[in-house]
Design a protein. Structure first.
Length: 219
C-alpha cells in the first residue's frame, strides 16, 4: 500500500477548470509544483499499481493545466514526476467529470527530495549557519518552512559546531521555488535552538544566538 507523505492533501476545486475547456467525462490537472511535470498517473486509491503515464511524453510546465479523461466515480490518487526526477503524490480525492485537481509543491514526496548538504552543488543556493549562542552543537537540521519534518543531521560525521564558528549548507531547492526555511541546532546538553520562517538568499548568513532557544521543544 502507498504511504502518505507529509500528511499533505490536495487542493480540490469542483467548480470550473484551470485554463482549458473540459468536455463531458473530463477533468483538469493543474501543475502548481514550481517545476515541469513529465509524467502523471491516476489510479483508484485502493490499488497498488499506477497504470500508464497520462501525459504521454507531453511535459506539463508549471502553472499550466491538462485535461484528462475522468476515470469514473470513486476515490483516486495521483502520482507525478517532475523534470528533476522528484515524485509528488495527491491522495484520496474524488475525481468526477468537471473536477479540477492541483498537484502542488506541498505534495512532494519527502523521502525522495534532494536533502540539504554541506557540499556545494552546481546551481544550488548556499547559506551560512553561524553559531553565536555560546553553546556547542552536535546536531544541525533544516527544512523548508512549509514542510513538517526536519532533514537528517548535517553534522553527523563532521564533528561539533563550536561557538563562534560557522558552516555552509547547500539548500535543497532553487530560490525561485522555496525562500523560507527553518533551522534547528541541538546543543551537546540537548538544548534546541531554532530559527523559523527565515527568508534566505544565496550566500546569506543565519546567525543563532542565546535568544533562539526554543523552550517549546524542551520537554
Amino acid at each position: 500500500m502507498r504511504k502518505m507523505v507529509l500528511g499533505c492533501m490536495a487542493m480540490l476545486a469542483l467548480a470550473g477548470c484551470a485554463s482549458m475547456p473540459q468536455g463531458p467525462g473530463e477533468f483538469t490537472v493543474l501543475n502548481g509544483t514550481g517545476y515541469t511535470l513529465v509524467e502523471v498517473f491516476v489510479s483508484p486509491s485502493a490499488d497498488d499499481g499506477w497504470g500508464n503515464d497520462l501525459l504521454a511524453e507531453r511535459p506539463l510546465p508549471n502553472g499550466e493545466s491538462v485535461v484528462l479523461p475522468a476515470p469514473g466515480m470513486g476515490m483516486y490518487s495521483l502520482f507525478a514526476v517532475d523534470e528533476g526526477g522528484d515524485f509528488y503524490f495527491v491522495w484520496n480525492v474524488p475525481i468526477v467529470p468537471g473536477a479540477s485537481v492541483e498537484i502542488a509543491f506541498t505534495n512532494l514526496d519527502w523521502e525522495r527530495w534532494q536533502a540539504p548538504s554541506l557540499e556545494p552543488r552546481p546551481g544550488m543556493p548556499r547559506i551560512v549557519v553561524v553559531n553565536e549562542t555560546g553553546a556547542i552543537f552536535f546536531n544541525l537540521r533544516l527544512k523548508p518552512f512549509v514542510f513538517e519534518e526536519w532533514s537528517a543531521d548535517l553534522l553527523r560525521g563532521q564533528g561539533p559546531l563550536q561557538n563562534g564558528l560557522e558552516i555552509g549548507v547547500t539548500l535543497p531547492f532553487a530560490l525561485t521555488t522555496i525562500t523560507r526555511y527553518d533551522v534547528l541546532l541541538i546543543a551537546t546538553d540537548g538544548t534546541p535552538y531554532v530559527k523559523r520562517n527565515i527568508v534566505v538568499s544565496d550566500g546569506g548568513r543565519v546567525v543563532l544566538t542565546p535568544a533562539d532557544i526554543d523552550t517549546g521543544m524542551i520537554r
